[in-house]
Ligand binder design. Structure first.
Ligand code: DX5
Ligand code: ZN
Length: 218
């Protein structure tokens, strides 16, 4: 069963209730929220204050993608405002195990990710302790970029790594995911698709969400 996590980054921030209600109508599994600090990545987006507002406006699960240095300094704030799943970059912290424990001890799901240019071995020690592995298929920092072709092999590779584990984490893919490449990504082993432009850049986002589900069930 495929899950969809539409990225709010591709929406009009002057009225977030529109994409949130589209996500409701599209019966998505969760909403992807991109947090950038202008330091770990060359762009700044939103923080806990905005997530607090989003939390009040929807009951959908909040899938928070932290693209920030030293996430441990802010993690309690992101937990407090009602995040359901928090994914952090392995390159951004000195002690990933501490962070994984802190997130999971608070009853949240925890994901781990890395930049496309980072060696996949960086996450190997952690994959059996997380709920989700996020494979970035663009350099983090901006929506609307092109899928890096080599990342399809990375999905196959990670799927293979997780097959050896007793409890299998979700495999999510983020960056230029759209209807035209969704099948390839699912076939490679992903079960969660993050999509910003591929949904909100289309004329009818709700119908696009439904079409995504036709690619691999719900
Ligand atoms: C990139 C973000 C992505 C991005 C996806 O740094 O992590 O979640 O919003 O946007 P699209 O789907 O437009 O590539
Ligand atoms: Zn993201």
């Amino acid at each position: 069963m495929i899950k969809l996590s539409p990225s709010l980054l591709a929406t009009d921030f002057s009225n977030l209730t529109i994409p949130l209600s589209q996500c409701n109508s599209g019966e998505v599994s969760m909403i992807h929220i991109d947090v950038m600090d202008g330091n770990f990545v060359p762009n700044i987006t939103m923080g806990p204050v905005v997530i607090n507002g989003i939390r009040k406006a929807t009951n959908l699960l909040l899938d928070v993608h932290l693209m920030i240095n030293k996430p441990e300094n802010f993690i309690s704030d992101f937990i407090k405002v009602g995040s359901n799943l928090i994914t952090f970059h392995v390159e951004a912290t000195k002690n990933p195990f501490n962070l994984i424990n802190q997130i999971k001890n608070e009853g949240l799901k925890c994901g781990i990710t890395l930049k496309p240019s980072s060696d996949i071995s960086l996450i190997e020690d952690y994959i059996e302790y997380v709920d989700l592995i996020l494979i970035m298929s663009v350099e983090p920092g901006f929506g609307g970029q092109k899928f890096i072709p080599g990342m399809l092999d990375r999905i196959y590779y990670v799927k293979d790594m997780t097959n050896k584990l007793n409890s299998k984490p979700d495999i999510s893919v983020d960056g230029d995911v759209k209807l035209s490449n969704a099948k390839q990504i699912i076939d490679a082993g992903a079960n969660i698709l993050v999509s910003g432009t591929g949904i909100f850049g289309t004329p009818d986002p709700v119908s696009t969400m439904k079409k995504f589900y036709m690619m691999g069930g719900k």
